[in-house]
Design a protein around this ligand. Structure first.
Ligand SMILES: [Zn+2]
Length: 420
């Protein structure tokens, strides 16, 4: 009798949680999308979906074609090969393949016909402005944060010229070249008129701070970010460590901005795969611990690429309120790994995390990334609320709505605003 009663509690909770999670808008804190003002930099449509680097990596496992021959093809021909290898000759089971189908399905296209030509025709009829609205709506996204690099020759000119912003696209200042290749970056900054030298002396560091302030204002950046190799160390006698300590962190304190670190990427494990050729390595999180401890008045956001680092990262976040965890990216963005990571984070940190960002590179991917993650999140939350209900603590719908809003952007917002 008791267990039957409890099954009905669980069922009620499931219905509430699923409906709240499905309806709550998400503020997506990290993507590689661009404001439509950047025109061609905003990728969308079926061919872009098919040549996503996740799918290229999977396709090469089935191709005997030399790498160079593939890269010499046009985007459409590459997309044809991906479609043939991953969707026609095999069932599209992988998460990245399934994502394409979820996207098409939710856009109202009939995937069972397996008719790529018809899908292409449908996309050819869409106008980008309407398509942006539709993708945001189907993803339930209220805003997406871009990844903006002043070192990118394609996007820099538009920032310098200025343009009318679409408020749904917020900005983050990405500074990988500054931190990871100072000699080359010093030459570029000099060419742009900044008075920096190869040696990181007081004048150069001051000028780097002026550069960061200039771009933070220009972008209206919400945070600064860098992706790092697994062996990133801090403190260390390196340009990277010096620039972080004496330019980036003082800058972040002055503007009260988080500094987001994404360690764990092994660049170009297979260079023939180009963008798809990066791998994963176990990160030394002592570097992050040292940063959080040595700079309590700085805020750090972090996501790691290695599954094996996730537990240690959770424990670290328990120790430092100036550390915010976010996202399950790239090789972790699968239903099973995002599920286990989200459950572990909630069990160790409660609701003070941002469990996911989309990392979308193609506009349409917002649809599947959020459709799939909402399923994962609902599943985990049903478990957690059911555990509470077993004690007699019945979460109300209002409480569930509050919690889900926080998980889908509210907590990150609070972290950005807070002063430590
Ligand atoms: Zn990313």
């Amino acid at each position: 009798m008791k267990s039957a009663l409890f099954a009905s509690v669980r069922q009620r909770l499931r219905a509430t949680v699923e409906s709240v999670v499905a309806r709550t808008p998400v503020a997506d804190i990290h993507t590689h999308l661009y404001d439509p003002a950047f025109t061609d930099l905003l990728l969308w449509g079926i061919d872009e979906l098919l040549v996503y680097h996740y799918l290229i990596a999977e396709t090469f496992r089935r191709l005997e074609l030399p790498f160079d021959r593939f890269w010499a093809l046009g985007r459409r021909e590459q997309a044809d090969l991906v479609w043939q290898a991953l969707f026609v000759e095999n069932s599209p089971i992988s998460e990245a393949c399934r994502g394409v189908l979820t996207t098409l399905h939710r856009l109202g296209l009939d995937v069972k016909k397996r008719d790529l030509a018809a899908v292409r025709q449908w996309f050819a009829r869409q106008r980008v402005a309407d398509h942006v609205d539709r993708c945001f709506e189907l993803a339930g996204a209220s805003s997406v944060c871009m990844t903006n690099s002043p070192f990118d020759d394609l996007e820099r000119p538009l920032w310098e010229r200025g343009f009318r912003r679409d408020e749904r696209f917020t900005a983050a200042l990405r500074i990988d070249p500054l931190l990871l290749d100072w000699p080359a970056t010093a030459r570029r900054l000099t060419g742009w008129g900044w008075r920096v030298g190869r040696t990181l002396n007081a004048r150069t560091l001051g000028e780097v701070r002026r550069f960061l302030a200039d771009w933070t204002r220009r972008l209206d950046a919400r945070f600064l970010m860098v992706s790092l190799p697994p062996d990133f160390a801090f403190p260390a006698r390196t340009d990277t460590a010096r620039l972080i300590e004496d330019a980036v962190l003082p800058h972040c304190r002055e503007f009260n901005l988080p500094f987001a670190l994404m360690p764990g990427v092994k660049r170009a494990v297979n260079p023939s795969l180009r963008l798809a050729g990066d791998g994963v390595g176990l990160s030394n999180l002592a570097a992050l611990q040292n940063l959080c401890a040595a700079f309590p008045h700085n805020k750090f956001a972090a996501t790691v690429l290695a599954r094996e680092n996730q537990h240690e990262l959770c424990v670290l976040a328990r120790k430092f309120r100036n550390l915010h965890l976010f996202g399950c990216w790239w090789f972790l963005n699968t239903p099973s790994l995002a599920g286990e990571t989200t459950a572990m984070r909630l069990e160790l940190l409660g609701l003070s995390v941002t469990p996911q960002h989309s990392d979308a590179r193609v506009l349409d991917q917002l649809i599947y990334k959020w459709t799939h993650f909402r399923e994962v999140l609902a599943r985990v939350l049903v478990e957690k609320y059911t555990d509470l209900a077993a004690t007699g603590w019945n979460p109300t719908r209002t409480e569930i709505e509050r919690d889900v809003q926080n998980l889908l952007g509210g907590e990150f917002d609070r972290f950005c605003r807070m002063t430590v």
